[in-house]
Write a protein that binds this ligand. Sequence first.
Ligand code: SIN
Ligand code: CO
Length: 382
Amino acid sequence: MKKPSLLGAVSTKQFLQDYWQKKPLLIRQAIPDMQALLSKEALFELAAREDVESRLVTNFAPQWKMQHGPLEVLPSTSKKNWTLLLQGVNLHDDQADALLRQFRFLPDSRLDDLMISFATDGGGVGAHFDSYDVFLLQAEGKRRWRISAQEDLTLQENMPLKILRHFVPEEEYILEPGDMLYLPPHYAHEGVAIGECMTYSIGFRAPAWQELGEAFLEFMADSIALPGRYSDPILKDGAPPAKISDHLLESVSKELHKLASTPDDIAIFLGEYLSAPKATVYFDAPDKPLTAARFAAAASKRGLALHRKTRMLYRGKHVFINGESFQPERSEQLILAALANLRVLESGQWEAASADMRESLYGWYCEGWIVLPSAAAAKAKS
Ligand code: SIN
Ligand code: CO
């Protein structure tokens, strides 16, 4: 059975054509019977962890404050006007990961993370704009959103967070559990909790050209090979000693032009860059890894799955996983593309894999990049 669309009456095609990166869309009951995936107690535990990016925003009169985690102590839930923000919850919880993956009608190269906010009555992060697209899904309780297409995006000075100097709301919506609001980049908005509430933000990434350019030069620096060095066996007598000669400049220019990148360099760079885990992400190797033979036996029974932290992409003959690139054989390209798209490898595909590919998959398992689905999950599927 086809899964119900998250976009309500709007088709994906229509959304991409008329709303994505263009204008807001409110979807009432995008997820009917929505229930929070994690209790507030579970969120508070995540906030105390070193490996979870968290922030506490308080608006206790007279000022806004922001504190970065790990957060061992939080204000009492009976106190108004505070918000806890947890970035990348999808990296730590399977259900959060599954929710994020429901947004794969947009490309993996753009999908970023699932942020969860918990707020007490009146809590929020002030009127602001984001540089990225966002879907704001109400998970529990109610939140009032006010939004504006205003062009004045100047920010208040000397604030611990980005707050608009002049917010002129144009529309207002109260979101209840399951309701969702899509906002394109740079759309002014302000969400205020009505009683305790939880909001899930599905965020996107759009690398800045400057950042991409710098990373590309680093990538090229790792791979350039310019053998030899400058020589001038025909130096002319009488030239001013401080002048850089035409010969030197021309020789260097000739060599540096050899550094021009090929389309393949760019594809490999982009795949490695986009599939690289964020600096804060670490993979856990299995505590007691199976031997290669036992792993093979388990994979041919249960298949394999990408770990929720794994980013896998492909382009033409190149396959990218967690910042590394491979150029597999044609038949393997198809199997790996299916793994990247479906995030699972069926047992039959394992059977069809070459010895080389099985060795790579076993290596990825030992790194914690892929996992064997639990026996129960595999049984439920069959
Ligand atoms: C929040 O959940 O409080 C903030 C989300 C946002 O405004 O982007
Ligand atoms: Co925002």
